[in-house]
Design a protein around this ligand. Structure first.
Ligand code: HEM
Ligand code: HEM
Length: 235
């Protein structure tokens, strides 16, 4: 935890610098691929639970739900393998690559800055704090809603997938226990997985709002940083 604190201190003093390289290429590529995968998952998932009205003609010629499910499962593989690759990058990437998984919870100053950021987002303070990596509130929210959320969606999703693949399939062997732990009722797991989608959608709405708001108000670059990797400080 001490190393985290040192890095935190270094981050504070680095605010004097005008531009600094933050997000390495694999992390940036992962961010946008992951965003696309989640968008596809949310749209196709919505229609899996609330199918469109039946089409006229022979079902095997239409295969509409088949395509929707195929898209969902393809995006699910991209999402899950991407998440594993992101965990790998937390080990080999720079300090900021670890922020999504490790919170400096033992550092009281970090908690103080979480509260400061909360007041900043609520328009209660006038001066924005500047950060090289994620601001403490963003880091906390990303951990709670994305990191934990992703594990939850992967566990419940692959459990349902295992049920579809049949008893004894690899997905059933690896994730079948999730259905048992959640009450043994697959309909219940469907509902919990669907609830996870709405939590994810809420996270994405707030996340995109915060990214655009900070880009305009916090005197430092945000969205272009997730494209080029460089954080620019405006004064
Ligand atoms: C952010 C990620 C994800 C979102 C937003 C999402 C969303 C959804 C939604 C809304 C449903 C419909 C639930 C219902 O009302 O019955 C669904 C179903 C399903 N999802 Fe996901 N999902 C995600 C990730 C995954 C993953 C990683 C897998 C793993 C393979 C997966 C596999 C499934 C399966 C098997 C079904 C049921 C399909 C069926 O019964 O025809 N999902 N998903
Ligand atoms: C489904 C959609 C999205 C999801 C799930 C998502 C998720 C995430 C996650 C998990 C991070 C942390 C990255 C890390 O530390 O590895 C992040 C960072 C970031 N995202 Fe997204 N994102 C999405 C869409 C977007 C969009 C559309 C924008 C642009 C408007 C955006 C802008 C950013 C920015 C600027 C950062 C870096 C923030 C900072 O430097 O503190 N994201 N996002």
């Amino acid at each position: 935890m001490l190393a985290e604190q040192d890095a935190f201190e270094a981050e504070r003093s680095a605010r004097m610098v005008r531009a600094i390289y933050v997000y390495e290429a694999p992390l940036r590529l992962w961010h946008w691929v992951n965003a696309l995968a989640i968008t596809v998952l949310a749209v196709t998932g919505y229609f899996i639970g609330k199918p469109l009205p039946a089409l006229s003609g022979d079902t095997s010629a239409q295969y509409l739900m088949g395509w929707i499910r195929l898209l969902h499962f393809s995006a699910a593989y991209v999402f899950a393998i991407g998440f594993l690759a992101r965990i790998y990058w937390a080990f080999v990437g720079n300090h900021h690559a670890r922020q999504l998984f490790l919170l400096p919870v033992l550092n009281p100053r970090w908690w103080g800055e979480v509260l400061y950021e909360l007041r900043w987002y609520l328009f209660l303070v006038r001066e924005p704090n500047k950060y090289v990596g994620h601001n403490p509130l963003a880091q906390l929210m990303m951990f709670l809603f994305f990191t934990i959320g992703a594990v939850y969606m992967i566990l419940t999703g692959f459990a349902l997938y295992g049920e579809g693949q049949g008893a004894g399939s690899w997905a059933d062997e690896l994730f079948g226990w999730v259905i048992a732990v959640l009450g043994g009722n697959s309909m219940q797991v469907h509902s919990l997985h669907r609830l996870g989608m709405w939590v994810t959608v809420c996270f994405v709405i707030v996340h995109v709002y915060a990214a655009i708001r900070e880009d305009i108000m916090s005197r430092q670059s945000l969205i272009s940083t997730m494209v080029s990797g460089w954080r620019m400080f405006k004064d």
